[in-house]
Design a protein. Structure first.
Length: 436
């Protein structure tokens, strides 16, 4: 973590290419930031057998193309959990979950055909495995891969596609400073009549996709027409995505995004890129970008309760909840600045910082050693929860909360998920209990 950069003393605001999301619920004032950063992970030594696609897709909330020729955008909500392969029950409702096949194999185009071009960006990519999971990517005419771990898992699949005469391009985004890598987890599927955008929190490897608690934002957008209304939120979504991809570089033509109407976007994008940022660029990246967005869009209800007196948060008071799976060497000053960002609303200026007394309480949510040990992956899952003992500082003690259900005997599906699949998702929300 770094202090806020200033034009007088620029600092590397973020060492990594990352993409995050801001989702706003206007009805409740809830603010969620879904961070797609990651700290590695691994594939088990032996893959477990995969369920048949028909079993996984049968109850998918992503509606495939219908004979009536309905336009894309049929997803029920833009934010989903990943579907756990070992714990999928085809007789139960899983409307809040998606599998990889839901994203890449249920095509939103009117004719039901696959994409003409796909962009897959991630840190770790086992491309051969991904093509096995999502076979339509084997025949996609043009595939662009942005990766951050040296393309170690891509060589064989790239050679196979190139040997079949399919354009396949692999690019590593530039790293202008000595730290960092490419961590964004983004997929763009470009069809003749629509585009699908997916931001997720997992690497494209077996263990991340099937064995850990993850999240996905998925939304489809139609072609832009002469009658498409001008929407500033959708325009910002498109232009920011183009800005970020330009910074990543590579062979993907960002001007293609001009063809699509992003007016129905259910999220705003928050990117991080490595380098030194000064002037207006400071507010284009990282949590300063998040602060700007919250100042524009986060409006609390009039009956929102006051901040918790202890600063640590309570079950009912105004509280910011930060759930994550990796932790750096925080300082009180940095954490206070970050809490100030997460406390920003339309009633505060993005350039001002609320007083400590006016800020919501704070909770930091992580899994315990025992939870990691007792999960389905056991100690192996701890590879993706790199929290060093030295970074668990004494002054953080009032803020810690345990990952998972509040009650040990909770048998709900959400509780079971939390127990068997350790979190690789990163999520941030502002919470308060309204009414009785």
């Amino acid at each position: 973590p770094q202090p806020f950069p200033t034009s007088r003393q620029p600092l590397p605001y973020s060492p990594a290419h990352q993409m995050s999301l801001l989702l706003l619920s206007g009805a409740s004032g809830l603010v969620i930031d879904l961070d797609s950063s990651d700290d590695g992970g691994g594939k088990p030594a032996a893959k477990r057998p995969r369920r048949q696609d028909s079993q996984i897709l049968a109850r998918s909330p992503v509606a495939p193309s219908s004979s009536s020729g309905s336009q894309p955008g049929s997803l029920q909500v833009p934010l989903y959990l990943n579907r756990l392969l070992e714990h999928f029950d085809p007789t139960a409702r899983h409307d809040e979950e998606l599998s990889l096949q839901d994203v890449f194999e249920l095509h939103p185009s009117k004719d039901g055909k696959g994409p003409r071009e796909a962009l897959v960006a991630n840190f770790m990519i086992d491309l051969s495995w991904l093509l096995d999971e999502c076979p339509s990517l084997r025949t996609t005419p043009r595939l662009v891969v942005l990766q951050g771990d040296g393309a170690q898992g891509c060589e064989v699949a790239v050679a196979e596609r190139v040997g079949s005469g399919l354009e396949t391009l692999v690019h590593s985004p530039p790293l202008p400073i000595q730290w960092g890598t490419h961590h964004s987890k983004l997929a763009l599927l470009l069809y003749d009549d629509c585009i699908r955008v997916c931001v997720r929190t997992f690497n494209d490897i077996y263990a991340d996709a099937h064995c850990k608690s993850q999240a996905l934002y998925v939304q489809d957008f139609p072609l832009r027409t002469a009658s498409s209304p001008t929407d500033s939120f959708g325009t910002d979504f498109r232009m920011y995505l183009q800005k970020y991809l330009r910074r990543c570089g590579g062979p993907f033509d960002v001007s293609q995004l001009d063809r699509y109407d992003f007016g129905s976007a259910g999220a705003a994008l928050v990117g991080s890129v490595p380098g030194y940022h000064t002037g207006p660029e400071i507010r284009q990246w990282g949590h300063m970008r998040l602060r700007e967005l919250l100042a524009l869009h986060a409006r609390l209800p009039p009956d929102w309760p006051a901040a918790a007196a202890d600063g640590g948060g309570s079950s009912d008071g105004d509280t910011v909840v930060c759930q994550f799976s990796s932790l750096g060497s925080l300082t009180p000053k940095w954490l206070d600045e970050f809490r100030a960002t997460l406390s920003t609303t339309t009633s505060s200026s993005a350039s001002s910082v609320a007083s400590a007394a006016a800020r919501p309480g704070l909770r930091l949510v992580v899994p315990t050693v025992e939870q990691i040990r007792d999960s389905d992956e056991g100690w192996l899952s701890g590879i993706s929860v790199p929290i060093r003992r030295a970074n668990v500082k004494d002054w953080l003690a009032p803020f810690w909360c345990r990952w998972g259900p509040a009650e040990p005997g909770d048998a709900s599906w959400a509780a079971v998920r939390a127990q068997v699949a350790m979190p690789h998702v990163k999520s941030y929300c502002r919470f308060a209990r309204l009414g009785p």
